[in-house]
Design a protein around this ligand. Sequence first.
Ligand SMILES: [Zn+2]
Length: 446
Amino acid sequence: MAKPVIRLQNPNAPPGRQQALLVATNEARAYRDRRMNFPLPPDQLLNESTALPHAQRALRAEGIAVPSRQQCLGKLVLPLGQYLNAPFPWLVSNDVGYMKYLIDKHREELSKKPGKAKVQNQWIKDHLAEYAESFPEVSIILEANIHRYVYGQKGFENHTFQEMWELYSLYSAQKDRPDDFNTLQRDSIQKAYSSVSRWLNTPVTHITSVQMKRFRTYIYDKKSQVELEGWVRLWENPNGIPPADLSWVKDDTERGLFGPIQVYRDNAAVLKRRRVIKSDRMWFYPPEPPGYISGTVPTPHLFFWGRIFVWRPVGVWKFSLKCPRGEECVGQGKNVYLYKSGYHTKVRHICDVSSWYCIITEVLCCGPCTKAARGGGSGKVGRWLAWDSTILCQLSEAHQAMFPAILTDKRGVDKNVVQLLRDRTKGNTMVKVWRQIQENHVEEYL
Ligand SMILES: [Zn+2]
């Protein structure tokens, strides 16, 4: 068989973006259904050491003086699977989907068996993969080249997955620094962002296209490769941030905790990507719940999003705070100010008038005290949660008032609730207030 005929999903796409059709031809189906067999190949083609030399000789006999690698591979047959002994070019012409399946599975197998472990029929599968890679239209649909898949959605018909990811991840940058982009770029980034977000927010069970399911996973994988600086894993525990909120809190560059992706070089000069917690606010509000319900029923998650408060008097207001030990401080007498040392691993759940929200706090350290304690001294580590009263009392009254809650042992109550309790007059009993609050909490979700 000469050069295969490749059927295309998107024949109008420019070269390099065309993708082979994955469905089998009628001819292929006939082979499968009627269990037809390809003619038995000569023994030399079934042996790793003789297959390619044999192919070369055969091509020379056909008058091709210097056969190309692709031509040689094109003489091989697949001595396994549902098309037993099918020539490689026949597979390319008739069932690229099946080739893709075999090659993807083979790559996965190899990656799981590093080193010398033998994979069955490895040589012929390697050759099949190499042959497939030699056709751009086939190569592009292999799992190994997932970044080159074509997105194919409206407005981005010929964009690859990788190009969509790049546009998508520029969204917050163009928002924060609009002057770095021209109108055309901004427009394209915004459109890409909303197009990609739509797929990310669609439950995977509601996506019928295999390619778009793969796209969704691709983008989520990409996102997870970005380091979230300051994020505390324990916040994801059962008593931490509610699972329904995790996605907007981590991913939404507009409303969530983290700003846009920053690229930097680590100590080994390797380019890394990270997002840091925003320093311009303490309150974080979830996206609005959907105003109307169209088509399928939305996931209940959308209606249970809650606020988050991140208490950071040093991180946000840049307060210079003294070591609460005062005279006892190891660094006493010198100009010692507390520095930020990450975040408390526990999330406090606060009961508000109509719902619950979460509070997270930064942790502050005294350098000299901590150093002394670590050096084996008798002192305790100089480490405080920023909501400790010893810290709060150093702030101005106005700033103290910004802390929204009264903390109890394990949870906390919003100051508005406390206000309600204080305003009790005749007939407005404690029980009534609590009943009202409970009622409000229920109504919020109706
Ligand atoms: Zn100290």
